[in-house]
Design a protein around this ligand. Sequence first.
Ligand code: NAD
Length: 490
Amino acid sequence: MTMTVEHTLLTRVPDALLIGGRWRPASDGATLAVRDPATGAVIKEIASASVEDGGAALDAACEAFPSWSETPARVRAEILRKAFDLLMERKEDFALLMSLEMGKTLAEARGEVAYGGEFLRWFSEEAVRAVGRYAPSPEGHGRMIVTQHPVGPCYLITPWNFPLAMATRKIAPALAAGCTVVIKPAELTPLTTLLFARLLEDAGLPPGVVNVITTSHSGAVSEPIIRDPRLRKLSFTGSTPVGVRLLEQAAGGVLRTSMELGGNAPFVVFEDADLDKAVEGAMAAKFRNIGQACTAANRFIVHESVAEEFARRVTHRVAELRVGRGTDEGVEIGPLIDDRAVSKAESLVADAVERGARLRTGGHGIDGPGTFFEPTVVTDVAAGSDILREEIFGPVLAIVPFSTEDEAVAIANDTEYGLVSYVYTESLSRGQRMIERLATGMMGLNMGVVSNAAAPFGGWKMSGLGREGGAEGIHEYLQTKYTLTPSPFA
Ligand code: NAD
């Protein structure tokens, strides 16, 4: 990848806020710097919205709402479909941009473009199917009409780890339902959303339907938007502590909320698993996105009779992973997002080792430039270790042995999170038992990756509220009205 290609792409990314169809600087002229985590270098300076800009973005979304919500579903659908087609044409631009601002490899970034794009295609298809029903009342005197209506202007907040897919997973169903939005991408990786907003303009989206605010003052800018009575929906993807705080703010206005929060996924390998498949699944579930996914397997719970063999095989694979800048050929593991992420991974490994775990490979940050961490395996992790309780969000695979199925279930469910679980077993009845016994909103049964635009993504317990994707996804942006009329024969 030449510097010229990167440079040309970066100059094409807007550096301003998009409010009511106009690209403009922050009202106070403030900017924020976006860095490449592989080098630490600033790659672009962009506008940093003030509280006033946040208010203006909400004004624009409110102004655009009446006409967008009355736009025929077919027209809205076709704009989404056009956006999908344009994204496929511009796939390489988006992949490179994500690799530059977030650090993931180009191969993974291309995968995210494919995944993120599917939400545009899926919800272009769902837009025309948000229908209601007509039914006689049971006693026969009335007729019940059930209709679906867009909830109103929405505020969307996205995290840094999947800069495109987290945006399309919210924008596409909102637009399909007839809602207008203000989106605030993460300060660490805002460029992809800016480039995507430009793509939406090219797809024919009217001004004010999608407004983008980038800011280094997320809390201060967001709170007045969330507390504004004109806002009707908050959709947040990010960490559980921030989600809890936003739910408190949303309570005042009884806002509809969707919360896609943190995870602590168990990856259970039974003694009857196909170990080749389990190792393959483990590599995907753990090392995808450099371990920085809410769905990342956090705890490998492996039957004691196969734990050593599993550890030996994964250690062999992990030790060979090639670490480097995501844009470089052959690299499999990019940098972590920042210094804090490196220190966190390091201290989680150190705590596990202090409590008796065996370090099989890796375990340390790599000297800069960039914020890299060695792909790591620790085995025999003791109960109570921090690594079993906290989201690792890094390339560290931690193994805990178990002896009975009940014990595996108890360990797997011993967390306040409940986003996703992974189970490897060749036994059908055991697989079915796990579906019923593991307390997570999603499960990979002999699969290491579950995300799919056609499926309801979301968590149980403190991993969140609501679902994104699938037939469920559009309902997060719709509200139901029931009307009773007399029977025409009364
Ligand atoms: P984060 O909670 O720090 O930030 C998420 C977003 O919230 C960012 O845009 C950030 O700027 C904003 N934010 C932070 N403080 C805020 C405040 N006080 N008010 C308003 N906005 C605020 O999370 P992160 O570090 O960007 O992302 C990683 C986390 O996201 C992990 O916990 C991960 O599991 C979770 N995540 C969940 C899903 C899911 O679908 N469940 C998907 C991806 C990431």
